[in-house]
Design a protein around this ligand. Structure first.
Ligand code: PBG
Length: 330
């Protein structure tokens, strides 16, 4: 494989000049590679900062246009919507998930009415933004029930599809939910609604700031280890992906991102399907706070994002997506 030999071969020759480095670059990043997560909040005229995620905000619906306009202008292909839910709208069953007037439903309708198909919308299917215990499903005092949860997730997915959501993204890690959702979508006339499965989602401490952003932080009882994956495992990730492909997933996600580049690579090489990586809130928070404190250079952002491409990701969900043009200029 490796040919040539020093001194006739000098790899530094092609690294010497900027034009030459640009010529031989193997990976690159554009706005097409990014999905922008957006946090929604009730109320009016709100663009609320999130202390653990400097530069990221929660938007009230009347302020949503400002961020969607920007995403479209810089050619981000898709946004992912996440609701902040106050305690008063949370309950044991997470029934706000099925309220057709909830924040996510209203936001989907607003965006689709104004922007049509100029930008894709992806929505999480999971109950954690709405439950009083912070778990992704129906919680039976110490265990999240699988099949009972799927029945609710099907309805949540159907509601999102009916509102106009383009990409349904089950992020709950219940067994068998992708197949059940695909079947229900087809039956309800949503054959063209895509499914992006959070197929490989690890039980991770990197989600901390997100739970703050959606208001789940102080509610979570225990941990999510009985449904999210053990970070010691790799073969299990391939089994998860294999199952979700069979069940009808159009794309799969690996999450978190940076500590799991090996998983992205294996999934891509094994299955040759579209793979998304999620640069999660904890990654964002560590990078941004390190930059703000002057401990690391801003170039750390592009270096991290390119690593996903090198590993084989087709696109990256990143809280930096709306600032990609500035990042590429650094
Ligand atoms: C909900 C969900 C989580 C994230 C995305 N969807 C948190 C969790 O599972 O606890 C995390 C995203 C991030 O940290 O940026 N199921």
């Amino acid at each position: 494989m490796i040919t040539g030999k020093f001194p006739s071969l000098r790899l530094r020759r092609s690294r010497k000049n900027n034009w030459s480095r640009r010529l031989i670059e193997e990976n690159n990043l554009t706005a097409n590679d990014l999905i922008l997560p957006i946090f929604l909040i009730d109320g009016k005229n709100k663009k609320q900062s999130i202390s653990s995620m400097p530069g990221v905000y929660r938007y009230s619906l009347d302020k949503l246009n400002s961020i969607i306009d920007k995403a479209i202008k810089i050619k981000i292909p898709m946004v992912a919507l996440f609701p902040y839910t106050t305690k008063s709208k949370r309950n044991y069953l997470g029934s706000e998930a099925l309220n057709e007037n909830n924040l996510v439903c209203k936001a989907i309708q607003l965006i689709k009415k104004r922007y049509k198909n100029e930008i894709g919308i992806m929505c999480d299917v999971a109950l954690d933004p709405y439950t009083s215990h912070g778990h992704d499903g129906i919680f039976n005092s110490d265990y999240v029930l699988n099949d009972e949860t799927i029945n609710v997730l099907i309805n949540q997915a159907l509601l999102q599809a009916q509102m106009g959501c383009d990409v349904i993204a089950p992020s709950d890690m219940m067994d068998g939910r992708v197949g059940a959702i695909r079947k229900a979508l087809d039956k309800d006339g949503h054959k063209m609604t895509q499914i992006l499965s959070y197929a490989v989602k690890y039980a991770s401490s990197f989600y901390g700031p997100f739970r703050d952003a959606v208001g789940s932080k102080n509610f979570l009882i225990g941990d999510k280890k009985s449904y999210q994956m053990d970070f010691r495992n790799k073969n299990e990730a391939l089994r998860e992906v294999a199952l979700d492909i069979k069940e009808g997933a159009d794309m799969v996600m690996v999450k978190p991102g940076l500590p799991y580049l090996d998983i992205i690579k294996s999934v891509k090489e094994t299955f040759k399907i579209p793979v998304m990586a999620y640069q999660v809130s904890g990654e964002y928070s560590l990078l941004s706070n390190g930059i703000n404190k002057g401990f690391v250079d801003k170039k750390i952002i592009i270096e991290s994002l390119i690593s996903f491409k090198r590993a084989g990701a087709n696109a990256i969900i990143s809280y930096y997506a709306d600032r990609i043009n500035e990042i590429l200029k650094i």
